[in-house]
Design a protein around this ligand. Structure first.
Ligand code: ADP
Length: 268
């Protein structure tokens, strides 16, 4: 079949013999595509009914039936959560269907950091100390929309997994060799080392109850990973239980622009 996709593996057999194993993976790829299309279609179909439910729930204040108030409030919270889940699934499908960024632009990092700081403060509602450190004074090259969604996910995780009174530090710094890193550090619960390799899997959660309570969708870090892949960037996670976590997005030098002239960054 000339249109088949083969997966080739070269395996050492003996001292001067190698085995070439060819596997037809066309069916696997087709199934994977079907899975993606299915998730995207279902998510899309759920959007409209959810908007309707959510809209009507918002209009019901329970003034005539005070005993309904807590139930209405819970229904609003849960329908909002479903809507967020649908949006995250759609974002993930969109990211998965791309092999490369459709178009790149200068991603202005000063306004990005300001926006992240505002979001952190809005989520925290004064319960955490949030700091922004713009040490690198560089911009990035890529998609502002996708990078903003990745960084926002890291910031909202930092707030959600850090008890009141903790600190959140958002920092843009340079890396040796001309790269740059956006770091989100928290002083929160931390993550046991055994969980670190699986964190970016869809719906993977360290503590199911805490994560559910925190209101996340379980898709945040999967989105982060896909966005970073599209930018050939890397996610680095360091964490210590009871002391906090640091999620750093490492960008290579070709993604970094000096803020003054927009050209490629030169080594210091
Ligand atoms: P969720 O919506 O559940 O937060 P994510 O994909 O964003 O989903 O994160 C996956 C899991 O990783 C979370 O459920 C949580 O257990 C853990 N996690 C993510 N960020 C942090 C953090 N800053 N501190 C502690 N645990 C975290």
């Amino acid at each position: 079949d000339p249109s088949a996709t083969l997966s080739l593996r070269l395996i050492p057999y003996s001292e001067n013999l190698w085995l070439l194993v060819a596997r037809d993976v066309s069916r696997l790829l087709a199934l994977e595509q079907m899975r993606r299309d299915f998730v995207a279609n279902v998510s899309h179909e759920l959007r409209t009914p959810l908007t309707v439910v959510h809209g009507y729930l918002d209009m019901m204040d329970g003034d005539e039936h005070p005993e309904w108030k807590p139930m209405l409030k819970e229904m609003q919270t849960q329908s909002q959560r479903m809507a967020q889940l649908v949006e995250d699934l759609l974002t993930l499908s969109r990211l998965e269907s791309q092999d490369a960024l459709p178009g790149a632009e200068t991603v202005a990092m000063a306004p990005m950091l300001h926006a992240l700081g505002r979001e952190a403060n809005a989520l925290s509602q004064g319960r955490h100390q949030v700091s922004i450190e713009d040490e690198a004074a560089v911009d990035l090259w890529g998609s502002t929309r996708e990078l903003h969604s990745a960084f926002s996910n890291l910031v909202s995780n930092a707030i959600r997994y850090t008890p009141a009174g903790g600190t959140i530090r958002i920092r843009l710094c340079r890396l040796p060799g001309g790269g740059a890193a956006l770091e989100v550090q928290d002083s929160g619960y931390g993550i046991p080392a055994t969980h670190l390799p699986r964190l970016t899997e869809r719906f993977y959660r360290v503590s199911t109850s805490r994560s559910r309570e925190s209101g996340g969708t379980g898709l945040g870090l999967a989105i982060v990973k896909h966005v970073l892949n599209l930018h050939q960037a890397r996610l680095e996670v360091r964490s210590e239980v009871g002391r906090g976590s640091m999620f750093a997005c490492h960008f290579t030098a070709d993604r970094v622009r000096t803020r003054e002239n927009g050209g490629p960054m030169l080594e210091k």
